[in-house]
Design a protein around this ligand. Structure first.
Ligand code: FEO
Ligand code: CA
Length: 674
């Protein structure tokens, strides 16, 4: 990621969960496809949700003895893996690779027309008008959902843009003060951000394909998509701006990294590195932004605003803190979109806090409460979860209100392997006017500062958090090369961690809404044959199976964990491309990993998302040909539009690399890795 190189603060991706296959789901909602059934399928809580929705409570599906297996590997063989596929050989080259016996086909590429009247992609003559009707850039989060009416959608985040490989004759702009960035190019960048909702359907050949003329197809972007706010910061004075006296309007969403789906089928888009889009002309003696004269100076410093990663603020006052400083408080939230209503207004739910949200994966507690996990992707920042006050029901509008009525918690990982979830509630503890918090809106706008005061545990860059229906959650901690030896703790045990680790949380009582639990380190990433790395894997893990920089995660319909990686420009530390790995969490093979898919050079892997029947897997390859290309033997230079490290996936003369979503199926059909 080019902007990560500047701030040295990478990552990406997204996640997954199980779904309903197009041809398996009942089309009549009266035939039993209630919200309880949806929750049971997605979260494996059949008995529990029966309780939540009006009957008795029993043990969660996954809360069985199989989950209490020995933590230490005994005599186990990789041949006993629950993931039935032959692992792929590691490497790094111009194209993607998938394990034998599987197809990984391109489904959607940057620039593909997704509206009936959209023009064909023409990278030599791109325009904002075209981009607004075409698939966006840098696909990250992907979800797949089939509604009661039988229609299926993909929801895809478009995290950011790489001008040097998008536009002819430009090259990298961030290191030359954006001299080549015109307003027309900025507009195209804005239109290429955000998200896409597209209907897909299975063709006669059994393959999923875009329904190009679907009325559900929609682009959501920061160019002109109007949004509103809910929760404690909605209408707050600190959200009032030149274009919005009510503090209720945002123009779009951006840097949407990972996300989530709610149990009722709405799409959550996380706003991650929003700070990078803000501009100032005021620089200090070092050439860094000077916010000392700003009323919001303390908050801006804690959030890294303005990042000056893009030239948008040169052309739009709403991205220029010299002109409209409160605009920064409109970003860094979780956005809810209803894919079933293409005219609906997306909502930024401020009750989930403001930070660099990596994602927003959901679960449902035994009581029926909505739980949303979210990491703040920054070195030494925190892990959060939100718990609704009410319970999920069949009432879709009421369910959406759960996202504005609940409690946000931040995690403290104790060295005795316990975890405490501390509420961010105005008036409690240090969160008072004395410390600058006049109301709950202030607590949400300055979530990071509130969490600092509560003594949350600074983590090694929390990325995706993947809950499973049994009260377990897996936390991707991607790396942190700046942690010094005197800053390590049990949950972040390695100084100068280049490869990251994964923590497993077991919430008390198997209840995702619990305010305490236990944690354990599942793996410490990196090469297990290099003693200095200090890696921890199951000893059966092969040279192909270990990885670095976990980023996104998914749990498939079999309850098995999968991990995708984003090493950024430091990929040469492993020599491997980014990819998708199985990662065993149970039994003697706990901590055993196998490579299933790998990216073309310079790309990171996002998604993954499994269909509920486990027969289809959606993957997203982000920024092919850009990250760390100086370290590619024989290439050893930065990619440009004219001279990219790869022209994946088209490999056509003159066509730049194109971020793309892939669909993976087993040849001949059947469940993946079963
Ligand atoms: Fe955009 Fe933290 O990955
Ligand atoms: Ca990510």
């Amino acid at each position: 990621m080019s902007r990560n190189d500047i701030i040295n603060d990478p990552s990406h991706g997204n996640k997954a969960e199980a779904f309903e296959a197009f041809d398996d789901i009942p089309t009549n909602p009266n035939l039993g496809n209630t919200i309880g059934d949806v929750i049971n399928r997605r979260y494996g809580r059949r008995d529990v949700m029966r309780g939540a929705l009006g009957v008795a409570t029993t043990t969660a599906l996954f809360g069985t003895s199989a989950m209490i297996a020995p933590r230490q590997a005994a005599a186990a063989s990789a041949a006993d893996s629950r993931y039935k596929f032959d692992e792929l050989a590691w490497g790094n080259d111009e194209t993607h690779h998938i394990a034998d016996g599987y197809d990984a086909d391109i489904l959607l590429r940057w620039g593909d027309p997704i509206m009936a009247d959209a023009p064909d992609f023409d990278p030599q003559n791109q325009s904002v008008e075209a981009q607004l009707k075409q698939f966006g850039y840098n696909n990250d989060y992907v979800s797949f959902w089939t509604y009661d009416d039988g229609r299926s959608v993909l929801c895809v985040n478009h995290e950011y843009t790489n001008e040097e490989v998008m536009f002819p004759g430009l090259g990298r702009q961030d290191n030359q003060d954006f001299v080549g960035m015109t307003k027309d190019l900025v507009d195209i960048e804005m239109a290429a951000h955000g998200g896409s909702v597209v209907e897909i359907a299975k063709g006669d050949d059994g393959k999923w394909a875009l329904v190009k003329d679907s009325d559900l197809n929609r682009r959501i972007q920061p160019y002109d998509t109007e949004m509103t706010f809910s929760g404690p910061a909605a209408g707050h004075d600190r959200l009032k701006t030149a274009d919005d006296a009510e503090g209720m309007l945002a123009i779009g969403t951006l840097n949407n990294c990972a996300g989530g789906m709610t149990p009722w089928g709405t799409y959550l888009m996380a706003e991650e590195n929003f700070h990078g889009y803000f501009w100032t002309d005021k620089l200090d003696g070092e050439g860094d932004p000077d916010v000392s004269e700003q009323a919001e100076a303390a908050s801006m410093k804690r959030y890294g605003v303005p990042g000056r990663w893009y030239a948008w603020g040169k052309y739009y006052d709403r991205f220029n803190i010299d002109k409209d400083p409160n605009q920064v408080n409109k970003w860094g939230w979780i956005v809810e979109v209803d894919p079933q209503d293409p005219t609906s207004t997306p909502v930024k739910h401020t009750a989930l806090g403001r930070f660099r949200h990596e994602g927003a994966e959901t679960s449902v507690s035994p009581e029926g409460k909505l739980v949303v996990y979210s990491g703040d992707d920054n070195r030494f920042d925190y892990l959060y979860k939100y718990v609704s006050n009410g319970v999920v029901t069949d009432d879709r509008a009421a369910n959406s209100a759960l996202l504005s009525d609940g409690t946000l918690y931040v995690a403290r990982f104790n060295d005795d392997s316990s975890i405490d979830w501390m509420p961010l509630t105005h008036g409690e503890g240090p969160l008072t006017a004395e410390n600058g918090f006049n109301d709950q809106g202030d607590v949400m706008i300055d979530t990071r500062i509130a969490a600092d005061l509560l003594g949350a545990t600074p983590m090694d860059r929390p990325e995706d958090v993947q809950p499973r229906g049994d009260g377990t959650a897996y936390v991707m901690l991607t790396n942190n090369t700046r942690r010094k030896p005197d800053q390590v703790n049990a949950a972040n045990p390695r100084p100068e961690s280049s490869f990251g680790h994964i923590i497993e949380i077991k919430e008390a009582g198997g209840d995702h809404a619990a305010t305490s639990g236990t944690w354990d380190i599942l793996v410490k990433c990196g090469d297990p044959t290099v003693a200095d790395v200090g890696a921890q894997w199951n000893p059966e893990t092969s040279e192909n199976g270990w990885f670095g920089s976990p980023d996104n995660a998914a749990v498939d319909a079999e309850g098995r964990l999968w991990i995708s990686t984003d090493q950024g420009s430091s990929w040469a530390k492993t020599g491997k491309s980014d990819g998708l790995y199985s990662l065993e969490t149970e039994g003697d093979l706990r901590g055993h990993s196998k490579l299933f898919f790998r990216c073309p050079v310079g790309g990171e892997l996002c998604g993954p998302y499994f269909s509920e029947d486990n027969e289809t897997l959606f993957l997203a390859v982000q920024h092919p040909g850009t990250d760390g290309t100086k370290d590619i033997p024989g290439f050893e230079r930065n990619s440009t539009f004219e001279d990219p490290a790869t022209r994946w996936p088209d490999f056509a003369d003159g066509m730049p690399p194109r971020p793309s979503v892939l669909v993976v199926i087993k040849q001949g059909g059947g469940k993946i890795a079963v």
